[in-house]
Structures are given as structure tokens and as C-alpha cells.
Design a protein around this ligand. Structure first.
Ligand code: SF4
Length: 398
């Protein structure tokens, strides 16, 4: 039976690229899907932000960010979401409270659009999407902001090759042709970080080709293989996927019989690595259920196992009193003790540099970074890495 997409979207293309089986179940067979709690949580953070930014524009608000409205919108969205876990509810309040504090001041005139719909023509396809927020930076520049609720921080490569941002760049050129510069940003809600990039004409030409090629493939494919990946645990069709269920049972299909056959070694290694990610993600999901139970009781005894929530104690020592004790009891002076006892944590240096560079002149900020970099002591230890040989563009219409 032939299949034609009504339209393409980033979500469709991403789903197909990640796992053709999931695409077939979702868009062709229209099998019932079960959205997972993480997706629902991300959607309700988006919905709360959308509501408050729409109010800022509609009521022409400028001045202090209306944190109270944002949190009220979140609570309202939560009550209709079907989510129930208290820790997740609280996490949302923290994430959005931090967002409001980071965006301390708002100016409605700088917001060009909220949840902007667009339709792009790419060869014979229509690409439909929505941009979370578009800001006007100056008379020549727009800034696209897409909110992400991911736990992991993207790498520079992921941002620079992100297909969703390439699609947004095309849309921005179509919708705001006066903008000579289009800044593309992913705002990582859990981390309070805006990661920005741009696109060249060549980048966009490559993205167009990729979209047309993948769109064609979604319609001409005769087979839709299940491709196990690290997101299987959140797949809304995992309940209907035998491949995933076999993976949960730990059944490896590409068992290497001859360790001299290096290709077979690599094949089995990849299958085991994918399976390990799936099993760890499943373990996390199961532990979450047990931890929720342990909020009600101190211990659970199930299947011969005892589950409790332990406490981890972290010990640190205040600098001056520690040096004083060692000085007094060992007779060593401060110059001898400091290298033995103290080191500066990279995370704290990075945070302080980031904070200070906001108030420093650009030349001083560059000097600070260069001098800090120059005194950094680096140690390198070998690490085994494995990644895909070719980099496909990563990744809002459904
Ligand atoms: S569970 Fe994984 S392999 Fe199965 S359909 Fe979903 S994404 Fe594909």
C-alpha cells in the first residue's frame, strides 16, 4: 500500500532517521501510542512558557519577568497533564523559577513571535513546524529560541549540525527577510544555558537535500526495520515492539564466533552497547518506581531483596581552619601546605569566569580566559570512544 506524507516535520524526519519501525507504527499504521512521562513533562514546561510569553506580548508587558504568572501557568498545565509525581512537580517549579530569575527583565517589543507556525516548500514536500520564541535583537538580527528539557548538554557538533535548527533558519529567512543575521539557539531549561549557532547558505542547501531524500525514503521504503537506540526506553511504541522486548531480555543477535573477525567483533560490540544503554535506561525507570514507593515507607522487601534510600555524606573542609590546624601541629608553613592540600575545581573556575565575563570589557574577558587557560594543568588518560562514522543531521510539528 502506498503511503504519502501530508507534510513533513522535524519530528517525523527525526523519528524515521532514528528508527523506521517507530515511524511505520506511528505515521503509517497509526498504532496507539503511549507518551512517556519525560515527554509530557517537557511539553508542559513548553506550554507554561508559551502562555506567559503570549501574555507578555498581548498585554505589552515590560519590566520584571512575571515569575508568578509563569508558575501559575505551570501549575495549571500540571493539573491537566496526568502527571502525579511530587519530585517531578517540584523540579518543574525549580526549572521555571530559575528561568524567571535568569530572564529578570522582559521587554515585549523585543519579542517578535511566540509559537510561530511556518510552512516551507522543500522540493515536492511541505515542511510544517513551530518555533517556540523569536526575538528581535536589532534591525538586522533575529534570534530563534527553542526550549529543550534534555538532561544532557549538547555538544558543539550536535548544535552545529542540528536539523531542527537548520529548518528554523530556513523558516526565519522566509518569514523575516529583512533579517540579515539569524541566531539559532537551544535554551537548555534544566541547565539555564542558551547554546547558539548559525547556518550558512551551504548548510541550508545540504539540509534541504537531506530533508527531500529522507522524505522520499519514508514514502518509498518497503521495509521498516526496528533500530534499537538509547531512546527506546522513551519510545511511545515500545509496548508494540518485539525487538525492544527481546533487548530487555538481553538477547544479542550478532554473536561474534571468531574474535579474529574484527568486523563481527565491532558488530557485536555495537549491539551490546545499544542493549546496555537500553537496559540501564530501563533499570533507571524501574528504580524510579521503587524510589517513589520508598517515599511512603522506609524499606521495601521484594523478591528476596531489601530496598531502602541511603544517604551519601560528602565531607569538605573550610580552607583557613584546615591550614591553621596543619600549621600548628606539623610546623609546616602555608607555602608548603597549600600545594599539598588545595586545588581549584574546574567547574567552579568555569562558573566564576562565566559570571565575571558578563561584567568585564571584552578584551579583559579574553585576557582572563587566556590567563586561566595558561595555568591549567591538564592530564590525559586514554579513553575508548565509539561513534557513528557519518554524521547525519540530528535533531516541530508531530
Ligand atoms: S522501541 Fe526502539 S526499536 Fe522499537 S520501535 Fe521504538 S525506537 Fe524502534
Amino acid at each position: 500500500m502506498s503511503f504519502a506524507n501530508d507534510y513533513l516535520s522535524f519530528s517525523r524526519l527525526k523519528r524515521y532517521a532514528q528508527c523506521p519501525k517507530s515511524y511505520q507504527l506511528h505515521y503509517i499504521q497509526k498504532a496507539p501510542s503511549t507518551p512517556n512521562a519525560s515527554l509530557l513533562f517537557g511539553s508542559l514546561l513548553h506550554a507554561a512558557l508559551e502562555r506567559v510569553y503570549r501574555e507578555i506580548v498581548a498585554e505589552k508587558l515590560s519590566g520584571r519577568f512575571p515569575e508568578d504568572r509563569l508558575l501559575a501557568a505551570y501549575k495549571d498545565e500540571w493539573s491537566r497533564s496526568g502527571l502525579s509525581e511530587f519530585a517531578v512537580f517540584q523540579e518543574g517549579l525549580t526549572i521555571l523559577g530559575n528561568f524567571a530569575r535568569q530572564h529578570a527583565l522582559v521587554d515585549h517589543t523585543s519579542i517578535l513571535s511566540v509559537e510561530q507556525e511556518f510552512r516551507l516548500s522543500v522540493e515536492r514536500f511541505q515542511v510544517l513546524g513551530y518555533i517556540d520564541r523569536v526575538d528581535k535583537v536589532d534591525d538586522e538580527t533575529v534570534a530563534i529560541v527553542d526550549y529543550k528539557s534534555n538532561r544532557a548538554i549538547f555538544t558543539r557538533e550536535e548544535i552545529d549540525y542540528d536539523l531542527q535548527l537548520s529548518i528554523y533558519a530556513m523558516a526565519a529567512r522566509m518569514l523575516w527577510p529583512w533579517a540579515k543575521n539569524v541566531r539559532l539557539g537551544l535554551y537548555l531549561l534544566r541547565h539555564g544555558i542558551l547554546m547558539e549557532t548559525t547556518r550558512t547558505e551551504e548548510d541550508l542547501a545540504a539540509a534541504r537535500e537531506y530533508i527531500a531524500m529522507l522524505g522520499q525514503e519514508t514514502e518509498s521504503a518497503t521495509e521498516f526495520p526496528a533500530r534499537l537506540n538509547e531512546n527506546c526506553v522513551w519510545c511511545d511504541h515500545s509496548a508494540q515492539c518485539p525487538t525492544y522486548h527481546r533487548a530487555l531480555l538481553g538477547k544479542v543477535e550478532s554473536v561474534c564466533q571468531d574474535e579474529k573477525d574484527i568486523e563481527a567483533v565491532a558488530r557485536e560490540r555495537e549491539e551490546v552497547a545499544r542493549m546496555a544503554k537500553i537496559l540501564y535506561a530501563r533499570k533507571d525507570a524501574l528504580e524510579k518506581i521503587l524510589k517513589a514507593q520508598l517515599q511512603e515507607v522506609d524499606r521495601l522487601e521484594l523478591g528476596g531483596m531489601v530496598y531502602t534510600i541511603g544517604k551519601t555524606t560528602q565531607v569538605s573542609y573550610a580552607t583557613e581552619p584546615t591550614l591553621t590546624v596543619f600549621r600548628e601541629l606539623t610546623g609546616k608553613n602555608e607555602d608548603e601546605l597549600v600545594p599539598l592540600l588545595l586545588s581549584v575545581e574546574k567547574a567552579k573556575v568555569d562558573a566564576l569566569v562565566k559570571d565575571l565575563t558578563k561584567s568585564l570589557a571584552p578584551a579583559d574577558a579574553r585576557m582572563l580566559k587566556a590567563r586561566i587557560e595558561a595555568i591549567a594543568e591538564k592530564s590525559v588518560s586514554p579513553r575508548f570512544n565509539a561513534q557513528r562514522a557519518t554524521t547525519a543531521p540530528a535533531g516541530d510539528a508531530p
